[in-house]
Design a protein around this ligand. Structure first.
Ligand code: GRF
Length: 205
């Protein structure tokens, strides 16, 4: 990616958007090397969209239920994101799987953050599943999105200890603190250094 201009990020969210906020805040420093050009969501009325609006970032919503098929939704999402000419697409708490057309258009440019240490505990209840299993450490994983559920090549991971008195909420909040730092650090490195993917091996630069 060229270093001469900020890396263009499109961020997709479904909820509170604290990971998005961390990226927006980091982008305020020109030395970070990236700018959020749009924020998209699969639902209305979420704090993630409000955060983008407060920051003056264009937003869009594409709800699966408004389309005749999942495939049509995916194609529209692909075109909408593509119109912003992103260098990198960050799924930050986006609670939908993107489809093949999306991944083919943006090959190796889509990254997702998951609140568990992949390959453990994929899916939508990573913190709860880790707690139920009784693991002593868990964390978060940033990966390059592929066709599977939280199966893509790993960019970065961060480790969080599980406390004896943790419940799902307290554990997930501690994971999210570490997750935001990992996301900001990794997206910045991708923006400034680039990223190469060889099979399952991911390297900055
Ligand atoms: C994050 O832990 C993300 O990994 C998970 O949902 C959470 C989203 O948090 N899928 P936020 O919306 O960024 O606050």
């Amino acid at each position: 990616m060229p270093a001469s201009r900020p890396t263009r990020l499109v961020v997709l969210v479904s909820g509170a958007g604290t990971n998005l906020q961390a990226v927006i805040d980091a982008c305020a420093d020109p030395a970070y090397g990236a700018t959020v050009v749009a924020v998209g969501a699969d639902r209305d009325g979420i704090e993630g969209l409000a955060r983008a609006e407060r920051a003056g970032i264009p937003t869009f919503v594409r709800r699966v239920g408004d389309f005749t098929s999942r495939g049509h939704w995916d194609l529209t999402l692909t075109d909408t994101v593509g119109a912003f000419e992103p260098d990198l697409i960050v799924l930050a708490g986006f609670m939908k799987l993107v489809g093949t057309p999306f991944l083919e258009r943006f090959t190796a440019k889509v990254v997702n953050t998951h609140p568990a240490l992949c390959p453990s505990f994929p899916g939508t209840s990573g913190p709860a599943d880790a707690l139920a299993y009784g693991v002593k450490v868990t964390g978060a994983t940033l990966f390059v999105v592929d066709e599977g559920v939280d199966t893509g090549p790993i960019i970065a991971q961060t480790v969080v200890e599980v406390a004896d008195d943790d419940d799902v909420e307290s554990l997930h909040e501690r994971i999210k603190t570490a997750e935001r730092a990992m996301l900001v650090d990794s997206v910045g490195r991708i923006a400034r250094e680039g990223m190469t993917v060889f099979g399952r091996q991911v390297r900055f630069g």
